[in-house]
Design a protein around this ligand. Structure first.
Ligand code: HEM
Length: 479
């Protein structure tokens, strides 16, 4: 009996030790195993080794590339682009998770060659405290209250450009790049005639050539020249900062906002960080806005009724300006609802940034799928903007759809969340001021009949939309 008891109790002890061991060691393993069964990568094809589906993305129309895969695999699918595994997402909820609610899990990512050219301490590449400090300063610089003072400067640029187009054929994209560049330089450096400015403009143009070329750091290549220009830009901007300090002049622009924040010891910010962010803003402001204006002109050219309605709205503003003998003000630009809807619809239809890049900072789960650390995650703005669920008849250019606000998180021409665009109001202001003078005094006819889109890097009508500009006949009032 005693033996039996001893045997029984030792057996019990063994079983219970096993159970304890099981629960401590095996249960977690079991749970992990169960989880891993449920963890699955999004569906999709990764294409050929290394090149993946890169060729398809760059040879097919991106609309088809995205929509074909979305039809086949759903709103979240994987692919392989430029040597990187990627997850593309086209549901507003998943895009919001990546860009807004769980933004800390997805860092912005750019090719290192491009990051070096713009400047690694520019706002785009940052996360956390340094990013939010910069973002606040940028937002302060581009708030409507700050932009109010720029309206007449922007108007002066337009009034100088327009007569040079009269009775000529212009390449719309090239001319709009000129315009957007001038505005971007003023917003970065203020309205200034300082010696260094022409040098900065020339160096920036050289930088831009290298940015759009192959990143080959070899003697004689555009990339090498651009890297050299970038170094010189730093030195020139440093000289400009020194001069401003000595003269104690207030020239405005983002530079003044950054210097003031540093002088008042609100933030520690070095000359090199200032240079990276000034160059960054010019870079972000310039091609994007030029592409948007090029599309506005294309859509108004193709939709004569809309052009006439925009003109009518602008003429009403004009007659007030003539009566009061003054130029455009910020408040005037707030009284252009029809023209503003044309701009909203242009930004939806053309989707200047088709998508943006993020990278998972650790293994993450998104709507039941697992995304491994290091994978790129691309919210597809274009697909959301072209979904019939949110924008009925998405291929129709119809500004009236914006008479009611779009559903939350479905309209993101300027992004969403922590990295959303601080320059959205400036971009819209630039377009409004240009359209005011252009529609009142001129008409434009597209040269040639080649329709189509080219990507370089942003989508624009084929060949940059060559148009013949002529003075407008049948004006209802003299300007
Ligand atoms: C129509 C013209 C423009 C479009 C369509 C546009 C679009 C965008 C988008 C979609 C983003 C977010 C990118 C992302 O989440 O990765 C962005 C960011 C940014 N944009 Fe714009 N943008 C335009 C004009 C401008 C202008 C005029 C400025 C000048 C102030 C500007 C400055 C910036 C900056 C500095 C960022 C980075 C913000 C950050 O990382 O926190 N953009 N833009």
């Amino acid at each position: 009996m005693q033996l039996f008891f001893l045997f029984f109790s030792s057996h019990l002890l063994l079983t219970s030790s096993f159970l304890v061991l099981f629960s401590f060691l095996l249960v977690p393993l079991f749970i992990q195993w169960r989880r891993s069964i449920h963890k699955r990568l999004p569906p999709g094809s990764v294409g050929w080794p290394y090149i993946g589906e890169t060729l398809k993305l760059y040879t097919e129309n991106p609309n088809y590339f995205f929509s074909n895969r979305q039809k086949r695999y759903g709103d979240i699918f994987k692919t392989h682009i430029l040597g990187c595994p990627c997850v593309m997402i086209s549901s507003p909820e998943a895009a919001r998770t990546v860009l807004v609610t769980h933004a800390h899990l997805y860092k912005p990512t750019f090719p290192p060659s491009k990051e070096k050219l713009i400047g690694p301490e520019a706002v785009f590449f940052q996360q956390g405290a340094y990013h939010s400090m910069l973002k606040k300063l940028l937002q302060a610089s581009f708030l409507p209250s700050a932009l109010k003072n720029s309206v007449s400067e922007i108007e002066q640029i337009v009034l100088k450009l327009l007569p040079s187009w009269n009775d000529t054929t212009i390449n719309t994209l090239h001319q709009m790049k000129k315009y957007a560049f001038e505005v971007a330089v003023i917003s970065a450096f203020g309205e200034t005639k300082e010696l260094e400015l022409e040098e900065i403009k020339d160096l920036y143009r050289c930088l831009e050539k290298g940015y759009n070329s192959l990143p080959l750091d070899l003697p004689g290549t555009s990339y090498r020249k651009a890297m050299k220009a970038r170094k010189l830009l730093n030195e020139t901007i440093r000289r400009l900062i020194r001069r401003r300090k000595e003269s104690e002049k207030h020239e405005g622009g983002l530079l003044e906002v950054l210097l003031r924040a540093r002088d008042q010891k609100m933030h520690q910010i070095t000359d090199s960080q200032i240079a990276d962010n000034l160059i960054g803003v010019i870079f972000a402001a310039h091609d994007t806005t030029a592409s948007a204006i090029t599309w506005v002109l294309k859509y108004l050219h193709d939709n004569v009724n809309l052009l006439e309605s925009v003109t009518k709205e602008q003429e009403e503003i004009r007659s007030k300006l003539v009566e009061e003998n003054r130029g455009l003000t910020w408040d005037d630009t707030r009284r252009m609802p029809f023209t503003s809807r044309v701009i909203q619809e242009t930004l939806r239809s053309a989707s200047i940034l088709s998508f943006t890049f993020r990278e998972a900072v650790r293994d993450v789960e998104l709507e039941g799928y697992s995304i491994p650390k290091g994978w790129k995650v691309l919210p597809l703005f274009r697909s959301i903007h072209h979904s019939a669920d949110f924008f009925p008849q998405p291929d129709k250019f119809d500004p009236s759809r914006f008479e009611v606000p779009p559903r939350p998180n479905t309209y993101m021409p300027f992004g969403n969340g922590v990295h959303s665009c601080p320059g959205s109001e400036l971009a819209k202001l630039e377009i409004l001021v240009l359209l005011h003078h252009l529609t009142i005094s001129y008409r434009w006819q597209v040269a040639g009949n080649e329709d189509g889109i080219q990507y370089g890097p942003f989508p624009v009508p084929k060949h940059g939309l060559p148009v013949r500009i002529t003075p407008r006949r049948n004006k209802t009032l003299v300007t």
